[in-house]
Ligand binder design. Structure first.
Ligand code: PMP
Length: 397
């Protein structure tokens, strides 16, 4: 008889043959500047732990203490018996940090986009998305019954064209939602959110920004892209983010009006039907908000190191793409060459993974570096020296 599960091994074998399978690297110990990766001590240069908070003593102490006071699990989904005082306190503190009326915490950033977007738009609506938006946005849009339109990456004129065309649609769309990443995770460029919000406003559309890579990085004290551009909540209706990057822990969130939060938690299926954060997670996120409010020097340090890295790498002759943030892609071109550069960097003691087609366009393979505020000046010098050596060997510079 035919094995109905044979495709599992067949398709995996195809991935392996095409060198498109994921080879997992294993950290023994915390994510910190010098990590043990696959048994070797290396400089971490590609984590999302922008501010070094994932191993920060205050976050660890908060998590330990919450285990003692609240246990290791919440026991339920938020809507039944899984809302603890810690969750509410986190939402209150996050809203204050974001200078928003209210915030809501989800289990992850992915669960936020997948759960909320299909509630904001449905039958008779239009969602207008940047062509390079993150996969969790794409999946959230797919889960909705709304019509979809894509505008050219960060191209406000093209967005205006799409919205103008939409105005002539018959029957008229019930609602239009414009959605964009704040900082684009593969290129490190910043969405022109001020102009996007302006065009959307002219056309009566809602705006949703995924600021996963902007919070803790952009804006005063790392408050994110909405604060960076000084935009009102009547112009950016949903500011979405994650605790898994600069905040150093895990979990998604939204900030905006009280009406948004009341709507979102009553309707998002990922929020309603999935267990809430364990107490140590909520407590560590709360401590991360505390650290961001009380220790703005981490954000300063991140930018100081970022500016130095870009300047010295540029002077060496590396192509750093269009980044203006701590995500600095080192453009290489072909997949195989990017893999060779990454392998060589690892031999030289720097852990920075290649991003290759199909994650980016063909011929646009790169090493995506991400700066970390916990690195020393010497660490950054070490990384630049390794890039210089490996780059010369491969004929990149
Ligand atoms: N949006 C963007 C832009 C992201 O980069 C990520 C994480 N890769 C997510 C959403 C998902 O966030 P989380 O890790 O919290 O699920």
């Amino acid at each position: 008889m035919r094995d109905p599960a044979k495709f599992l091994s067949d398709e995996y074998a195809q991935l392996v043959a095409a060198q498109a399978d994921w080879k997992l690297h294993v950290l023994a110990g915390p994510s910190q500047p010098w990590c043990t990766v696959d048994g070797r001590k290396v400089l971490m240069f590609c984590s999302n732990n922008y501010l070094g908070l994932s191993n920060h003593p205050k976050l660890k102490a908060a998590a330990e203490s919450a285990v003692r006071t609240h246990g290791v699990g919440s026991g339920s989904v938020r809507s039944i018996a899984g809302t603890m005082d810690l969750h509410l306190e986190l939402e209150r503190r996050l809203a204050a940090f974001k200078q928003a009326e209210a915030s809501l915490v989800y289990q992850s950033g992915f669960a936020t986009n997948a759960g909320l977007i299909p509630q904001l738009v449905g039958d008779g609506d239009l969602v207008v998305s940047d062509e390079l938006n993150h996969g969790s946005i794409i999946d959230g849009v797919r889960l909705s019954r709304a019509e979809r339109a894509v505008y050219k990456h960060a191209d406000v004129a093209d967005l205006a064209r799409v919205l103008e065309t939409a105005e002539g649609h018959a029957p008229a769309y019930r609602r239009i939602l414009v959605i964009t990443d704040g900082v684009f995770s593969m290129d490190g460029d910043v969405a022109p959110l001020d102009r996007i919000a302006e065009v959307a406003h002219r056309h009566g559309a809602m705006v949703y920004v995924d600021d996963a890579h902007g919070e803790g990085v952009l804006g005063p004290g790392g408050r994110g892209i909405v604060a960076h551009f000084g935009l009102g909540r009547d112009r950016v209706h949903v500011e979405m983010g994650t605790f898994s990057k600069a905040f150093g822990v895990v979990g998604g969130h939204i900030s905006g009006s009280r009406a948004l939060v009341d709507f979102a938690f009553n309707k998002s299926r990922t929020w309603l039907l999935s267990g809430s954060h364990p107490p140590p997670v909520a407590a560590a996120c709360l401590a991360a908000v505390d650290v961001l409010e009380g220790e703005p020097e981490h954000v300063e340090r991140l930018w100081t190191l970022t500016r130095r890295f870009k300047k010295e790498m540029g002077a060496l002759g590396f192509d750093l793409g269009v980044s203006t943030t701590p995500i600095t892609p080192v453009m290489v071109g072909e997949n195989a060459r990017a893999r060779r550069l990454s392998d060589r960097l690892l031999e030289l003691g720097v852990f920075a993974l290649p991003i290759v087609y199909p994650m980016v366009a063909p011929g646009k393979a790169r090493i995506r570096t991400i700066m970390n505020a916990a690195l020393t000046d010497d660490d950054v010098g070490f990384a630049i020296d390794a890039f210089a050596k490996a780059g010369r060997e491969l004929g990149l510079v």
